[in-house]
Design a protein around this ligand. Structure first.
Ligand code: PEP
Ligand code: MN
Length: 344
């Protein structure tokens, strides 16, 4: 919403507007021009009455600026959403831990990683069967064989599975195994894929493009929603910056910003953000503290042998601390850890 003040408006008029707006929990930014002053509002403006604002002294015009994304916007959907994946909630009130190997390599490795995930409190299993690798010479994943391994491990552990799909032509196949479809950072603006997952009848986890603005990320989510699928979880996984000490720069502010702009749940991937094992726990704490609805974390029984992203995978000796974070932090934030699907 934008409020345009008339030339005659006094400093006191502008201050009164700002006070009313802030009292409704909305941020007000005042831009003073030569001939007029504009007050731009950022946040959930549903509690503000445009007609009342129009009647205040000095106001010339009140304009609603509609966002380029509608279905995922919080403007017409003020309540934050909960997405259920095989019975496990991701949304306000809970903090969900999704964990597992970066890539499915063997049945043994996947089962061991799933047990590690469970020991740390995970209620959903991650694991890639189709890997979008930057190098064409790197391990590309086991494909359908990997999906079958995931399905067996789900059977064994009871953990619903989250797995990536990289090609619109594979969506139906991947959806026939997966409880949640992941769209990765490299495909975050692959609109054909976004539309295909939108029509697949499964919840979707949409990673933020490594060079996408928050608005572009939400417009990508809108592509999925437009095909009738509102079960979308946004995942902040770090963006490209000039910094080289970390794999990506975790944009921690993106969590509350996206939660204010959109009703969709927002989770964080501290593994792919930092790209370093020693940063995963600190970034997990930061994600929970800033209000993330969950985290997705790489674990591996033998990261030195991993075919993908070994240096960022947590190992056995990290699990106690991860479990402690997942147990102790949510209650301090007025949330609970998401219960396993079997208990719901
Ligand atoms: C992944 O989660 O396995 C992955 C490839 O992540 P991203 O798309 O964020 O790089
Ligand atoms: Mn990875």
């Amino acid at each position: 919403m934008v409020i345009v003040m008339g030339q005659e408006a006094t400093g006191g008029d502008v201050a009164s507007i700002v006070a009313v707006v802030r009292a409704a929990g909305v941020e007000a930014f005042v831009s003073r021009g030569v001939t007029r002053t504009i007050v731009g509002l950022v946040g959930d403006v549903t509690q503000l009455d445009a007609a009342n604002l129009r009647g205040m002294p000095g106001v010339r015009e009140v304009m609603r600026v509609s966002t380029p994304y509608k279905l995922v916007s919080r403007e017409n959907h003020p309540e934050r959403s909960t997405v259920r994946v095989g019975g496990v909630p991701i949304g306000p009130g809970t903090v969900t831990l999704i964990a597992g190997p970066c890539a499915v390599e063997t049945p043994e490795q996947t089962l061991q990683a799933a047990r590690m995930a469970q020991a740390a409190g995970a209620t959903l299993l991650r694991g890639g069967a189709y890997k979008p690798r930057t190098s064409p010479y790197a391990f590309q994943g086991l494909g359908e064989k990997g999906l079958r391994i995931l399905a067996d491990v789900r059977e064994e552990t009871g953990l619903p599975i989250v797995t990536e799909v990289v090609d619109a032509r594979d969506v139906e196949l991947v959806a026939s195994y997966a409880d949640m479809l992941q769209v990765g950072t490299r495909n975050a603006q692959n609109f054909a894929l976004l539309q295909a997952v939108g029509a697949a009848g499964r919840p979707v986890m949409l990673k933020r493009g490594m060079n996408a603005t928050i608005e572009e990320w939400l417009m990508a989510a809108e592509y999925v929603a437009q095909r009738g699928n509102l079960d979308v979880v946004l995942c902040e996984r770090g963006i490209r910056t000039f910094e080289t000490a970390t794999r990506n720069t975790l944009d921690i502010s993106a969590v509350p910003v996206a939660q204010r702009l959109s009703h969709l749940p927002v989770i964080v991937d501290p593994s792919h953000s930092g790209g370093r094992r020693d940063l995963v726990l600190p970034l997990t704490r930061a994600a929970l503290a800033v209000g993330a609805d969950g985290v997705i974390i790489d674990v591996h029984p033998h990261p030195e042998q991993a075919l993908c992203d070994g240096p960022q995978a947590l190992v056995d000796t990290d699990l106690g601390e991860l479990a402690q974070v997942m147990r102790d932090l949510p209650p301090l934030l007025g949330k609970s850890a998401a219960a396993p699907a079997a208990l719901i």
